[in-house]
Design a protein around this ligand. Structure first.
Ligand code: ADP
Ligand code: MG
Length: 432
């Protein structure tokens, strides 16, 4: 019942131009890669085999995935909206390197709100008399880029009457972020409805050719802004998810693409030879992708896992321990990492986690503005996200683009957590 402004930094943060450009330049490659993984049953099966034995949520997604494949896909148009997140790792010699934190393949958010942040920071700089600096801020409109992808998928689905359905949470704190994308679609004369899993369960059905109807309206595109964490599901919601996945509607993402975004898949991608297998004949794309990887390690049972677990217990500050979860606040660091790993190191449970090298960016000073929080200068680090959009019809990729960026900044005392978790705030890159 309370409306607050979205939190933001007072000032834009410095971002090395070369790394910013590198992140944009690799986005189409990441789009290709995610799309390739989503079509590679053998890879998904092998990669997730150990994880689904111990992680119920991934297992349930995987069961739906297999069920859909057995029945045969009704969907022929595929829409991916992802966001690849990076931090700038500071080397011993003081140079910064672009390191991917993760790629989000479902419900990647803040493309809407951040379409406004460059204007906010431009205004602040002008008020401070920095008109010249204000003119250097880059225009950025992910809302438009994401809507372009959704509109293309809607068009290829091929029914003027059909709507785009935003699948949203019961209580949606981030509604204005979604409205920015929604309004771009209305501007293109595309009808948008907002529904919850519960609505789909109660009012959803498929016809004989598996066209999806919800409350009497045919749905061309399902855009998930929910369904990425276990708490989003009860038995009915799982049934609704299955209904959506079985349908002909374009799911953004389909369940295979959601699985392609798991931490376990990310870790397997870093194994020598894996990228080459997934993107045959694309050595340049493979090199660009690999150049962004931090060290990632499997905790699967066996000698390799035993060794890295022991290394991390001995030197926990070098690593981050990650479960198969999204949305921030799930990772383990430092002493807590050591304790948890010590406890599970001899049990199969450890395979539900991966280990990653900890990225150590150079902090800078800024003010974080958040409703009801005192204003104080903080030492901060930033995370850059690049939005990617692609559309595939059958085997033909008809759209593949970077759609804009997101800079999120947080105080260094928080190891983890995004904007939604109340830790990071919206920022604008100032290229240096
Ligand atoms: P989630 O899916 O929960 O967003 P992430 O992998 O993005 O998981 O991690 C959440 C946050 O934890 C990131 O936004 C970042 O602040 C921090 N983090 C994740 N991985 C690393 C890393 N390797 N080094 C340093 N910080 C990290
Ligand atoms: Mg993240």
């Amino acid at each position: 019942q309370v409306v607050n402004y979205a939190p933001f930094t007072l000032l834009p943060s410095a971002v090395p131009r070369a790394l910013f450009e590198q992140a944009y330049a690799v986005q189409q490659d990441f789009n290709l890669l995610v799309d390739a993984i989503s079509q590679n049953k053998e890879f998904l099966e092998q990669t997730l085999a150990s994880t689904i034995k111990v992680d119920d949520f991934t297992a349930q997604l995987f069961r739906i995935y297999m069920q859909i494949l057995e029945e045969g896909l009704a969907q022929t148009v595929f829409l991916g909206i992802n966001r690849s997140d990076y931090m700038f790792d500071c080397g011993l010699d003081g140079t910064a390197a672009l390191r991917q934190i993760e790629i989000n393949t479902i419900a990647a958010s803040f493309g809407g709100l951040t379409s406004r942040t460059a204007d906010v920071h431009g205004l602040v700089l002008k008020v401070l008399g920095k008109t010249e600096e204000a003119s250097h801020l880059l225009p950025n409109n992910p809302a438009k880029g994401l809507a372009l992808g959704i509109a293309k998928a809607w068009e290829l689905y091929g029914s003027q009457r059909a709507v785009v359905m935003f699948l949203v949470e019961e209580i949606q704190r981030n509604i204005f972020d979604q409205r920015c994308v929604e309004n771009e679609l209305w501007n293109r004369n595309i009808r948008v409805v907002r529904k919850r899993f519960r609505d789909v369960f109660e009012q959803g059905s498929l016809d004989a050719s598996r066209r999806l109807f919800v409350d009497g309206q045919e749905v061309a595109v399902v855009y998930y802004r929910e369904g990425y964490v276990p708490q989003n599901y009860d038995q009915q919601n799982w049934e609704a998810r299955l209904l959506l996945e079985r349908s002909r509607a374009v799911k953004c993402p389909d369940i295979a693409t959601q699985l392609a975004g798991t931490k376990k898949v990310q870790q397997e991608l870093s194994r020598p030879g894996t990228l080459e297998k997934l993107l045959p004949g694309c050595p340049e794309a493979v090199a660009r992708i690999r150049a962004t990887f931090a060290g990632l390690y499997s905790l699967d049972e066996g000698e390799e896992g035993d060794r890295i677990a022991a290394t991390a217990i001995a030197d926990p500050d070098r690593f981050v321990l990650k479960p198969q979860r999204e949305g921030g606040g799930n990772n383990l660091y430092g002493e807590e990492l050591r304790q948890v790993l010590e406890k599970i190191k001899d049990s199969p449970e450890r395979t539900s986690y991966i280990l990653m090298d900890k990225i150590k960016p150079q902090p800078s000073l800024n003010y974080l503005l958040r409703a009801h929080s005192p204003l104080q200068v903080s030492e901060c680090i930033s995370e850059l996200g690049i939005f990617g959009v692609y559309v595939r019809q059958g085997q033909e990729l008809v759209l593949n683009q970077a759609a804009g960026h997101l800079l999120r900044t947080k105080a260094i005392e928080h190891a983890d957590g995004g904007v939604a978790a109340g830790v990071a705030v919206l920022d604008t890159p100032y290229l240096v």
